[in-house]
Design a binder for this molecule. Structure first.
Ligand code: G
Ligand code: G
Ligand code: MN
Ligand code: NA
Length: 254
């Protein structure tokens, strides 16, 4: 069968699952929140990363139904995090341009948060610069509505997409995520990595929170920390994990 009908089936059979990758405050070592990453528990091939199937979902339009499912799944899981104590870790979700473009996205998100009684301030929405390719004005409007609701907006894969700087000052955003491709080359922290420093200085200049992605080594961590990065996501700390593992991790933090 085609990937598309396989995916349609996966959705109806409950083969999709949300994984969570913790984001750590480098000063305290505490998990402050997590990014939700979709996985397909494929009957033959095991757990597949989103990169292996989301392009087909986008192409076929199935991304809408899958994103609807994702919204429910993450809100359900987030409620469970809130039972662990007084802390309210934030949840960061990826939103594809197609989903953001839909007129009903905002209402869906708002009503789902209300139904689960989740504070919008506990949710972060990750978009890429590419949301501006088709209709920048519409995208900016959607982001403004999210902000007014109290949801934070993060630019994912920053610096790798379309028109990174042209729209930045017009976006209502709170967080910049430094893409893994900028972190990977940091192998020796006696060297300088000017592009990384430039991204950090952009974030500081605009008053944005910075999240470094794909941090795998002590050297990368040290360099980025010294350069002023506060929040880290990557294998150095944690791999994406199942809800049960995240619950144990959050529960073990006093
Ligand atoms: O962890 P992984 O390799 O699966 O992530 C690959 C890409 O897929 C990342 O760019 C991530 O932003 C994206 N992605 C992961 N989960 C989701 C999701 O639920 N919705 C959307 N739109 N993108 C996702
Ligand atoms: O595009 P986005 O940043 O949302 O995608 C995140 C992707 O990066 C996911 O596929 C996730 O599994 C992967 N990832 C997260 N941390 C690391 C890391 O430290 N190293 C590598 N190689 N991949 C990572
Ligand atoms: Mn992301
Ligand atoms: Na990214």
């Amino acid at each position: 069968i085609s990937v598309e009908s396989g995916l349609r089936l996966a959705l109806s059979l409950g083969e999709l699952e949300m994984y969570y990758q913790p984001q750590v405050d480098v000063k305290t070592g505490r998990v402050m929140g997590a990014e939700a990453l979709m996985r397909w528990n494929h009957p033959q091939r095991g757990f597949l990363g989103a990169g292996a199937f989301l392009p087909f979902a986008e192409e076929s339009g199935l991304i809408i139904a899958m994103s609807d499912w994702m919204l429910e799944a993450v809100c359900h899981d987030l409620l469970a995090w809130n039972t662990l104590g007084d802390e309210r870790p934030y949840l960061s979700i990826n939103i594809s341009p197609h989903y953001l473009d839909r007129g009903d996205f905002y209402d869906k998100l708002k009503s789902t948060l209300e139904r689960y009684q989740i504070a919008p301030s506990q949710l972060e929405v990750e978009v890429t610069e590419n949301i501006c390719i088709r209709n920048p004005q519409a995208a900016i409007e959607q982001l403004h509505k999210l902000c007014q609701l109290g949801v934070r907006v993060a630019i994912d894969d920053f610096g790798t997409g379309y028109s990174s700087l042209a729209y930045l000052h017009r976006f209502p955003i709170h967080v910049l995520k430094i893409d893994r491709s900028f972190v990977m080359p940091i192998e020796d922290d006696s060297q300088q990595f000017p592009v990384v420093l430039a991204i950090i200085s952009i974030a500081k200049g605009l008053g944005l929170k910075l999240v470094a992605e794909g941090v795998e080594t002590e050297v990368q961590k040290r360099y980025l920390e010294q350069a002023g990065c506060q929040t880290f996501q990557g294998y150095y700390y944690h791999r994406p994990m199942q809800q049960s593992a995240l619950m144990s991790l959050l529960g073990s933090q006093t």
